[in-house]
Every structure is written in structure tokens, then in C-alpha cells.
Design a protein around this ligand. Sequence first.
Ligand SMILES: *[C@@H]1O[C@H](CO)[C@@H](O)[C@H](O)[C@H]1NC(C)=O
Ligand SMILES: *[C@@H]1O[C@H](CO)[C@@H](O)[C@H](O)[C@H]1NC(C)=O
Ligand SMILES: *[C@@H]1O[C@H](CO)[C@@H](O)[C@H](O)[C@H]1NC(C)=O
Ligand SMILES: *[C@@H]1O[C@H](CO)[C@@H](O)[C@H](O)[C@H]1NC(C)=O
Length: 597
Amino acid sequence: CQISLSLGPSFQTVDVYSVTVGCTVTSRFAHTIVTSKALNKANTSQEIFFEMELPKTAFITNFSMEIDGQVYVGKMKEKEKAKKEYEKAVSSGQTAGLVKASGRKMEKFSVSVNIAAKSSVTFILTYEELLQRKLGQYEILNRVTPKQRVQDFQIVADIYEPQGFAFVEATATFLTNELLYLVEKTLCFWFIFYYLDLIKCCISHQIVNGYFVHFFAPPDLPRVPKNVVFLIDRSGSMSGRKIQQTRDALEAILKDLHEEDHFAFILFDSSIVTWKDSLTKATEENVSKAIAYVRELRDRGATNINDAVLRAVRMLVEDRENDKLPERSVDMIILLTDGMPNNGESNLQTIQENVHSAVGGKMTMFCLGFGNDVDYSFLDVLCRQNKGLARRIFEGSDATLQLQGFYDEVSSPLLLDVDLRYPDNAVDHLTKNHYSQLFNGSEIVVSGQLINGDPDNFLVEVFAKGPEMDYIVQGKASVVNLEVMYPEQEYIFGDFSERLWAYLTIQQLLEDRFDHLNCKALEMSLQYSFVTPVTSMVVIKPDTEDGPSSPLIADKLTEGRCRKGQNIISFLRRLTRPLSVENQATGPPAHHLYFAS
Ligand SMILES: *[C@@H]1O[C@H](CO)[C@@H](O)[C@H](O)[C@H]1NC(C)=O
Ligand SMILES: *[C@@H]1O[C@H](CO)[C@@H](O)[C@H](O)[C@H]1NC(C)=O
Ligand SMILES: *[C@@H]1O[C@H](CO)[C@@H](O)[C@H](O)[C@H]1NC(C)=O
Ligand SMILES: *[C@@H]1O[C@H](CO)[C@@H](O)[C@H](O)[C@H]1NC(C)=O
């Protein structure tokens, strides 16, 4: 898609010749380069801005500025080292972080540089990400916010998917002031959705330079029945809109259950109430009774997460023991909470240990953290330790849709215990190759290195459990010679499979919280030049007439994933800062003190 844009007569003194977004996707691995060229037309020096929003799931890999022929390139460093090295500048508040959170899915990268009269600057930002299949589709998304008038604006996306497309949609939107001729800020928000043609095959391969990637997404499989316990926080903090939105979402979710599914409700505050003592088959009659029950849901009391989760686990275990549930079915707990455990057991680590040992690897736990007061890192660990994941539900008018959207992603398990197996001694440095379940519309990606075997006879086998039978499928890979297939497409960068492998490996290493040092993740982030939670990119700006500039640092933001110690530091910082009236209202809740112990 190509878009040209010219803005009104403001900002006559800076000319942004061009903003170009070049995005190339090779087998779901997206590589994006954003280039902006600007000229300071004024007689005096002035700041020129570059601002860009990128997806949270992306890693920045490079940033450079070219000013009057001189190139300033960002250097990748270990985060802790960068912090120490630039501590002086940081503590005096001179160093502006380049990356800030922006909305639900994006991070904002912004930089400004002082440019001499009649001089020009070129900013180049590069980032990479693996596009995730969700509800059958892949999404590429970004947002550009030029602060000065732009003469030429272009978005060029090249997508190479060997399987072929079923559907592609590209959309770009400009959000501007009402008075176009006074435009000072223009936001171009664009996204591309695409669906692949997965009818023909379910395992696809890419082998380039000895690195392989397998994508596994089987079409047309029947659903595995699920037994889901909804664990609903109805503490006082849920009152008002949140509990209303929860009711609405539950009603929609109930209507979506299939007859072979089973479900239960456990409501908790300081006490625990179950709708029924065991799970209920999702027949039409039972579902309509459940809906009537959900409509009566009201808030009260404090939050006892520990006992509530243990109750849910016990219910599933007992029903299994009593043969009330189909043998081949998935046991799930969906916990919805907006707060912190403040009743019953409230030591977070103890709760995690209790739950982990009670669940014993037998069920999958999903955690939905509702609103801003939730300790997301606690929920994240709690769920990951039990084969699931956590999701944030943002407060707002669309919270009901977010709840439903999450449920849609996990509502149709197709396979259980999915294993991608390779011949002995054929592969090395494999990424995670076992998944507890595969949901409809998602995809399993496994990557690794081929040990000098014959790539033409490279075999992969998928073993899994289906609703009635075991599922086994074999795939034979052959080397795709990209250059031969697409000799004229320069955008297919040769090392994409290696970089995809590195991206996936680093992500999985970082998710493994038991590995506190993460030495391997650090080593790989530096080697492949990725800004990850363990690295920083340092950009040294040119000196100005007023003296030397302080360095700029780009960090990867982490969502509520503070390590011990960091939380208490930010807590103390907030304490020592004078609180305004608003700050007091939303000030740090006392439970953050837990991290001090
Ligand atoms: C630049 O300087 C010239 C001569 O000094 C002056 O005529 C002109 O108005 C100035 N332009 C701007 C944009 O300040
Ligand atoms: C980063 O960008 C600069 C300037 O465009 C380039 O010279 C350099 O090779 C890039 N570094 C990496 C690691 O790609
Ligand atoms: C999986 O999703 C597709 C559409 O995304 C739908 O057509 C199909 O019926 C779903 N299969 C199951 C078993 O839910
Ligand atoms: C659910 O509904 C079916 C038939 O509508 C009924 O036989 C069953 O006992 C109900 N209750 C439970 C707990 O499954």
C-alpha cells in the first residue's frame, strides 16, 4: 500500500522530505525499517523530532541518525552496564528514555535532535517481530506521528508466504485535527491483516542456511471438549462497571459453550461461593440457568485468591475421579481478578507454590488481570507455571469485548499434548517443541538448527491427542531456495530463519523466570542486536553549542515484570516524591511492600 500525504502550512521552518515505512515479512517474520528525512530551513538551530509507535512484541534492532554526513549509530549494551555507565546522566534527569508505553499493543519510540541552521537529518529505525496467528489471522500494525509537515509519506509492505494467501486486507487511517490546514499533529495508523491458505497442508517448513522453522496449524480438526471453571473475583473493588462488564462477558461466553463442554462458577471475595459443587454439562437448559445466576452477580468483601484457586482445582480433580468428565477433554481454570490477594494467604510466592503443587500439571490456568491495580507479574507467573498465560484487561468501555476476545482464543482446543519430534541427532538448539494444547486459529512454531544432515530427507513428526484418537502426522522438509524462487525480490533477507530462531529462543528464555541470570538471553540479544528486557541501545547525540549532549537509551519495556528490588525502588521513589491529590488517590497500594521482604 502506498500513501502520500501533505499537510498544512504550519512548521514552515522544518521540511520533512519523506517518511518511509518499509516492512518485509518472510514466513511470519517481519522486518520493518522506518526512515525519516528532514531539513532545518531556519536561520537558527532547532530541535527536529522523530516519533514512531511499534508493537510491544517487536524487538528494536537498530537506530541511526545521519546529520550532515556524520552517522550516529545506536550501540547494543547489557542493560545493567548501560545503566551504570550512564548513571550520572540518568540521575540528573538528562537522559531521556527513548521508549515509552503507548496504549495496549504499542510502544512509542521518540527522539529529538538539535539541528544546525540549513542542515538536514535522517533517522532510521529498524525492528523485528514474529507475527502470531490469532483466530486464524496475522496482523501487522504500526503508527507514525510526524510532528512536522511531511512532503512524501510512504508505506510499502512486501509479504512473502510460501503457502499462499487466503485473504489480505490493508488499512491506513489518518487522525487529524478537524481543521486540516492547521494540522500540527497527524497520526497515521495502519495495519495489514492476512490469512494463509492452510487447506493444503498443516506443517510448513523453511530451511535457510541450516536454520529451519516449522509452522504447525492443522485445518479442519474437531474440537476437544473442555471443562472450564470460571473463578470470578467479586471483591468490593470490582463494584460498578467492572462487575457489570464481567456479567455481560460471562453471559456471552456461556451462550458460546458447546454441549459436550462442562463448566462451573466459583465466586470469591473473603469467602468462596460455588454455584454448584461440581461441574455442569453445558446443555441448553443448564446454560440458561447459569445465565440467570450470572445476572445476579454482585460485588462484596476482600480478595482470597489462594483458597479460591485451590477450590477450583479440587472441583476439577474430584469430578475427574468420579468420572463425571469426558476422558479426552481439557481442564481449564479461568481466573478473573482486579486486585491483590488481601485475605487468607497473601504471600504471593506461597500462593504460587500452593497452586502449582495442587494443579500438578493436570490443568491449564488462564489469568485475566482487570484494571490498573492488579499485580500483573504475580498473575503472569501463576499462570505460566500452570501451562497457561495471563492477559491484561484494560478498564474502559470495551472491557466486555476484551474478555470475550480472550475467551474466543482459548475456547476451541483442537489438540492436547502436542509434540514436534525430530530424528535423533538431526537437530540442535531446538526452541520449545512441546505444547499442552493447540487452539483453533493459533499456530505452533518450532525452530532450530539442522546438524549437517541431509536437508532433503529431514523428517518431522507431530504427536498429539485429539478428542477421540491420537493424532500423528509426518512432514518432510525440503530446502526452499528462496533466491531461485524469487530471484528479483531483494526483500527476502537471507538470514531470516536464523533471526527468527534467535527471536523465539530469546523470548522463551526470558519467559523462564526460574533462570534469573538469563546469561544466554543476554549473550544472544547482544549477538543478534535485539533490544530485549536484558539489553539497552545507547545512542550518543552530537554535541551542541551549549556543550556535550547526554546519551539516549532505548530499553525494552516489561509489563509488570519487575524483579525483586526494582519494585521497592520505584515504590520508594514515589514515596519521596511529593504527592499531589490525584497521586494520593491512585498512589501505590501498600501491598507493594511485599517485595521488600
Ligand atoms: C533568515 O535571515 C535572513 C537574512 O538575515 C532574513 O531575511 C530571513 O527573514 C531569515 N529567515 C528566517 C526564516 O528567519
Ligand atoms: C545499523 O544501521 C547503520 C546505519 O544505517 C548500519 O551502518 C549498521 O550496519 C546497522 N547495524 C546493524 C547491526 O544492522
Ligand atoms: C475453527 O475456526 C474456523 C474459523 O476461524 C471455523 O470455521 C471452524 O469451525 C473452527 N473449528 C472449530 C472446531 O471450532
Ligand atoms: C444439565 O442438563 C442435563 C439435561 O438438560 C441434565 O441431565 C443434568 O443433570 C444437568 N445438570 C448437570 C449438573 O449436569
